[in-house]
Ligand binder design. Structure first.
Ligand SMILES: Cc1cc2nc3c(=O)[nH]c(=O)nc-3n(C[C@H](O)[C@H](O)[C@H](O)COP(=O)(O)OP(=O)(O)OC[C@H]3O[C@@H](n4cnc5c(N)ncnc54)[C@H](O)[C@@H]3O)c2cc1C
Length: 436
């Protein structure tokens, strides 16, 4: 029986045959489950609240094609994701064509951000200098945020200015703010640099199955994935972990929280330290509007850089035409103040009109509580060192976006690394570990 009050502080690694529950069937939870299964270290059960696995990997059908309302794009640096794709026979196709437009629809540039053509030499020189600096910062390339340099809590723009980078923010902004990660004048440099470690051309998409299809294929190879099963209470004790779910109670040896950790406070018997850390989490209200439109430049990727400051909140920062022979675009909007979904859709329609186009039909609107992160003060106070020091305490591990930054590659590599570091360590040497 699990005793509610006496919380175990042991960090003992699991022995072969332990039962490990994973809360959350997004790509972080599924990857952790896959790595655990491959290591032979544990019997794994994945609990997913929704009817399908995938979470923010959210591929939908509109008419006869698949579209992404969540993760859409991978880069050549997504090595862990590509291994998952290879193992599940999931194919991809490159996306190369990019345009930058002003809010009134004038094309500002192709491929490189507006204005960069005039500063081509410094653009190249700064990119190379920054890459060299990043390569020297070894901790940046390891999964997660532990051991990062002290000065990375400052906003990225400040960090770049201090180092004499004059163009860097303009180079990165479309790919950071356009992909919903907030504003460079506000976001701590740690997050922007972490993102830059997986950023590279040419980008690719997964047409046909979509990113949710990749998740479904990963899930299919697992032994026990319980979709439609919400975890409603977690009680950790000396002898194990009790999960109360919408389908009944489950007794486990360990639990991996691969769900939003601020939400987990509602069902976790959180310690004071967990509560103190998770209460500092912030998110971004990132919305996706899928609409049939005409009259816009038919490029796969279009960025609207002037909207990429807080004053542009509510306006589309980026739109994505997945299928060149279809008129459906997905528009990406960072909202401020939680307006209704209808209001977001209406503003996209207005923006399309100003761009010189017409909206024929709104197919879907999604609002995501995106990019769980903390502010610079929390990073400076050692938020990530404290969070990492909890791994394994109380029979509990943590995975997902907060720990690693929200891209498919960063969450996936973190989950693999977590299993390698904490969970499968005892099994190593006894089993031929197969990580993908
Ligand atoms: C609009 C958008 C566009 C994006 N584009 C890209 C992109 O192009 N490229 C890229 O690399 N990344 C992209 N991302 C980021 C990427 O999708 C995410 O970082 C990644 O999918 C997060 O995976 P996760 O498993 O950590 O979290 P999630 O996907 O959020 O999974 C968490 C899961 O936990 C489940 N859950 C929560 N509470 C419970 C509970 N109590 N019981 C059971 N289950 C529970 C949820 O239902 C969910 O399925 C994008 C994200 C969004 C929203």
């Amino acid at each position: 029986m699990v005793r509610e009050k006496r919380l175990e502080r042991s960090r003992a690694l699991p022995s072969t045959g332990e039962r490990i529950g994973i809360v959350g069937g997004g790509i972080a939870g599924l990857t952790a489950a896959r790595a655990l299964r491959a290591s032979g270290a544990a019997r794994v059960i994945v609990f997913e609240r929704e009817a399908d696995v995938g979470g923010k990997c959210c591929t939908v059908r509109i008419a006869d094609r698949d579209y992404e309302l969540g993760a859409a794009i991978i880069s050549p640096l997504y090595t862990h994701v590509r291994r998952l794709m290879h193992a599940t026979s999931t194919s991809w196709s490159p996306v190369a064509s990019i345009a930058y437009v002003s809010p009134n629809g004038a094309i500002q540039s192709y491929v490189i951000p507006p204005g960069m053509d005039r500063h081509f030499v410094s653009f190249g020189a700064e990119s190379a200098r920054c890459l060299a600096e990043m390569l020297r910062a070894r901790a940046l390339w390891r999964p997660g945020f532990a051991h990062l340099a002290d000065d990375l809590h400052v906003p990225f723009e400040t960090w770049a200015e201090h180092r004499g980078y004059r163009e860097l923010a303009d180079i990165v902004r479309p790919w950071f703010t356009g992909f919903g990660y907030g504003y460079l004048e506000e976001m701590p440099a740690a997050y922007v640099l972490k993102y830059m470690t997986v950023w590279g051309f040419p980008f690719a998409q997964l047409p046909g199955v979509g990113v949710r299809g990749l998740c479904a294929r990963v899930a299919r190879e697992l032994d026990d994935v319980r979709t439609g099963t919400e975890v409603r209470r977690i009680v950790r004790g000396d002898d194990g972990v009790m999960l109360e779910t919408s389908a009944g109670r489950v007794e486990l040896d360990r639990v991996v929280l691969a769900c939003p950790l601020d939400d987990a406070l509602a069902f976790l018997d959180a310690t004071d330290e967990e509560r103190a850390l998770f209460q500092r989490i912030r998110t971004i209200d990132f919305r996706v509007v899928a609409a049939s439109v005409s009259g816009l430049p038919a490029r796969p990727f279009t960025f609207c850089v002037p909207n990429m400051h807080r004053s542009g909140a509510g306006e589309p920062v980026f739109w994505y035409r997945r299928w060149p022979d279809r008129d459906v675009e997905t528009f990406y909007v960072i909202e401020d103040g939680s307006p209704s979904l209808d209001r977001t859709a209406k503003r996209v329609e207005d923006a399309v009109r100003r761009l010189g186009g017409r909206t024929h039909e709104i197919h879907d609107v999604r609002a995501w509580r995106y990019f769980p992160h903390v502010d610079g003060a929390a990073i400076e106070e050692g938020f990530y060192a404290r969070l990492e020091s909890l791994q394994g305490v109380n029979r509990t591990f943590y995975a997902g976006e907060l720990l690693s930054f929200p891209t498919l590659e960063t969450v996936t590599s973190y989950s693999f690394d977590l299993v390698r570091r904490h969970v499968a360590a005892r099994a190593r040497g006894h089993h031929a570990a197969r990580w993908t």
